[in-house]
Design a binder for this molecule. Sequence first.
Ligand SMILES: Nc1ncnc2c1ncn2[C@@H]1O[C@H](COP(=O)(O)OP(=O)(O)OP(=O)(O)O)[C@@H](O)[C@H]1O
Length: 298
Amino acid sequence: MRLDVPGRALLRVEGSNGSGKSTLLRLFAGIDSPTTGRITGRPRTAYVPERFPAALPFTALGYLTHLGRVHGLCGPEAARRATEWLARFGAAGHAGTPLAKLSKGTSQKVAVAQALLAEPRLLVLDEAWTGLDPAAREVLDRAVAERIADGGTVVFVDHDPRRLAGLADAHYRIADGRLLTTAGGTAADATAAAGPRVVIEAVGPPGSAPWSGPAAEPPVRTAAREPATRPTGPVPGAAELPGHPEVTVGVDGTARLTVPAVHSDALLRALLTARPPWHIRSVIHPGTDPDPDEAPLP
Ligand SMILES: Nc1ncnc2c1ncn2[C@@H]1O[C@H](COP(=O)(O)OP(=O)(O)OP(=O)(O)O)[C@@H](O)[C@H]1O
């Protein structure tokens, strides 16, 4: 099995107690190494473990500043960000408190802050919301959105199905030692769905469509006052094309086929080798924003 982690994405990992979620996240975070298989191309990563080692001999601010330095920040910048994150989480008053004396929730705020102050490309959150008060949970929700808007990837586990509900680009479930998508597909399918998408604009001979054979309906004609292009929803049979493209057909008959980028070559081949072949007008790779700091985790 191969699992790619795309940039600018939110990935959710689910599973029952003891199924192996934390184990998978520890592999993502580089805390553990796989006994078989391999992980390559690790981006700058920060991790909030399920259990925070609260007995370390630091104050909250001292610990965060230390971790900032470990993440490569200079001392003053590490201290600045540490102070800022304590304030964002409403814990500025505990800056000088030893870790061992913090309440469970404040200790969790420190655990989350140490990961966020590094502004990682890959943020791994293992039940990071647990123990936080509602205001701090909202701060963490916003921080997750900021990481993704900045081009990063966030992988998280949480037993509350309402956590970031509807926002994940891909859902994985671990069951019986296997990693599945919650929709029942493979991890590779979900990876493709979460990654960048390509739009292919193509025109076929009148009355033909490669996904439904030569007897296909001609494109729908619309009145002049209607929009130039209107979505038709999935075209019957289009799901049989490589990458299961979403299809819209314009009034001029141009089809716009949107697929995960990993399937675009196969889809182009299918269009070009259809009988008769389709004319490709354009291939659009929207929003590709390569980051030299970032690489996929196969
Ligand atoms: N693929 C694996 N190979 C070897 N050991 C595993 C694997 N997956 C899980 N384990 C072992 O199973 C135990 C439970 O795993 P883990 O803590 O990852 O579960 P979890 O899904 O995070 O559970 P919980 O929801 O209770 O936090 C651990 O001792 C772990 O070492």
